[in-house]
Design a protein around this ligand. Structure first.
Ligand SMILES: [Fe+2]
Ligand SMILES: [Fe+2]
Length: 160
């Protein structure tokens, strides 16, 4: 009997093109780590810094999905359900972001908003990674080319 050996995923070098779903997954992971750091943060300064980073990451991520990944997926899969739902979820996310971005952390309501945002992001990520990405991988989409476009647009937005 053979057992599959589990190898640690190799760290992709920046020169290596990441496919679209791998790239978006990496973003999700980075955001989830920032939320974990927020949970542990005690000082307002640290919270402000983490929230600023979170909001920027989330906004840029949502924008590249909406500009590049979602339309490509929608077209390739003739989707009328997953992408419209994900787009509505993005709108809710943006509204939550709007409630905490640039606001001084003033106690429990602020923490509550960050907590709800983190739970909502978790739910949204679950839908993308559980439903949208597997369908994208089974489709005719050129995920490497799409990944390159996402990376290029992300760099452009982060430079602004
Ligand atoms: Fe995403
Ligand atoms: Fe999304």
């Amino acid at each position: 009997m053979t057992t599959a050996t589990k190898t640690k995923p190799a760290r992709a070098s920046s020169a290596q093109p990441k496919d679209a779903t791998a790239m978006l997954r990496a973003d999700h992971q980075a955001v989830s780590e920032l939320f974990e750091q927020y949970e542990k943060a005690r000082s307002s300064t640290k919270k402000v810094q983490l929230v600023a980073q979170l909001c920027q990451e989330l906004k840029v991520h949502a924008q590249i999905e909406e500009e590049i990944f979602y339309p490509a997926f929608k077209q390739a899969l003739k989707d009328k359900e997953l992408i419209p739902e994900a787009t509505v979820e993005h709108d809710t996310l943006k509204s939550l972001i709007g409630q905490i971005e640039g606001v001084e952390p003033d106690g429990e309501m602020y923490d509550a908003k960050v907590k709800v945002l983190s739970e909502y992001v978790k739910h949204h990520v679950k839908e993308e990674q559980g439903e949208i990405f597997p369908k994208a991988r089974d489709s005719s989409l050129d995920l490497v080319a799409l990944g390159a476009r996402l990376a290029e647009r992300k760099a452009e937005l982060l430079a602004q």
